[in-house]
Design a protein around this ligand. Structure first.
Ligand code: ADP
Ligand code: TRP
Length: 333
């Protein structure tokens, strides 16, 4: 039986934080370990270019995403792991898909709409701050997904709409040219769909409320101390399911630790103590990956080597499908 393709990408627009890890990287790595799937994971660097237009920053962040995956245990022999911009077929397909995409679909895409709404509220030109890369972002993402005949796309909740757009575009192409692309499905883990940040809002680089994954231990401790909690005093029972601290704790602890911590909440653990425990469990999980991450960032040539091998594998998958598409649109005699 042919294995299902599970594909996901992360764009290098900031340092990877625990929200990215818990919602996107961790489930993807778990899926990659089961033999039922053919995992395809990549660095969506040209998606990042829609936001990051500083040469050094763009370069550094791209390596940062690659090093993060590898430090957390991605096995490049098992996973087809590449940098998006090393696979030119993605961009060629993206244009072809753009021609099968109604403009209205892009007008409704949430990232674009959010900027337009904000501009309208402040009374400025609605398109200020919108480049065409941002506007057509979902088409490039559809290309990423469809070119590999992806079955499953693990993402955070905010990316559901983009996967649905990819389905719409695939449907539109298939109706015009005959069945070509598989219709992908998103996979969102409901329990961890939105990881709260330090201020209680969704953890996001855009809100400056993140806990980056590979901070030195001291900084990590400090950041954890800044997580907002309510004013329930020590000694009073607390509800684990309503606590950001517990939500994060669960993702780094084993089931024994989780059960014990749940009891401690019921017995009224103080928030200071809960933060200390969270730090201990996170730090012990992150110690090794943090070391590996720093080693890789100091040896980018090792990352290049892995990514270029990955790109070769990715292109071997992409080229035949793009050829099929080009035949279907009438590119050849
Ligand atoms: P950010 O919001 O920090 O800019 P990205 O948009 O780069 O993060 O997200 C990368 C991946 O991580 C996506 O799959 C996204 O859905 C997921 N993600 C980001 N922040 C969170 C969060 N706070 N909770 C759950 N998932 C998240
Ligand atoms: N848009 C995704 C994000 O912001 C990144 C991404 C690009 C992606 N291409 C993809 C995710 C394809 C899944 C599949 O997080």
């Amino acid at each position: 039986m042919l294995k299902k393709v599970v594909l996901t990408g992360i764009k290098p627009t900031g340092r990877v934080h625990i929200g990215n890890y818990i919602a996107a990287i961790k489930p993807a790595l778990q899926l990659a370990q089961t033999q039922d799937y053919n995992p395809v994971y990549f660095i969506a660097d040209y998606h990042g270019l829609t936001f990051i237009q500083n040469k050094e920053e763009f370069n550094h962040l791209s390596y940062g995403i690659a090093a993060t995956w590898l430090a957390l245990g991605l096995d490049p022999d098992r996973v087809t792991f590449y940098r998006q911009s090393d696979v030119p077929e993605i961009f060629e397909l993206s244009w072809i898909l753009a021609c099968a995409t109604p403009k209205g679909l892009m007008n409704r895409a949430h990232a674009y709409k959010a900027i337009v709404d904000k501009n309208e509220q402040t009374g400025v030109d609605p398109d200020i701050g919108v480049n065409m890369g941002l506007y057509t972002y979902p088409i490039l993402m559809a290309s990423d997904i469809l070119l590999f005949q992806s079955d499953i796309v693990p993402v955070g909740k905010d990316q559901i709409q983009h996967v649905e757009i990819a389905r719409d575009i695939a449907g539109s192409f298939n109706r015009t040219y005959g069945s070509t692309f598989k219709l992908p499905e998103y996979k969102v883990d409901e329990h961890t769909a939105v990881i709260p940040g330090l201020d209680g809002r969704k953890m996001s680089k855009s809100y400056n409320n993140t806990i980056p994954l590979f901070e030195p231990a001291e900084t990590l401790k400090n950041l954890i101390n800044h997580i907002k909690t309510d004013s329930t005093p020590p000694g009073e029972p607390k509800s684990p399911s309503d606590s950001s601290l517990f939500l994060i704790y669960k993702e780094f602890a084993n089931s024994d630790q989780i059960n014990k911590m749940r009891e401690k909440y019921q017995h009224g653990i103080g928030w200071g103590e809960a933060k200390k425990e969270l730090f201990l469990v996170m730090n012990s999980f992150l110690e090794e990956p943090r070391k590996k991450y720093n080693e890789l960032m100091a040896a980018p040539e090792r990352i290049d080597e892995i990514l270029s091998k990955g790109a070769e594998r990715a292109r071997a998958l992409a080229i035949p499908l793009l050829e099929e598409v080009k035949i279907k649109i009438g590119r050849y005699r």
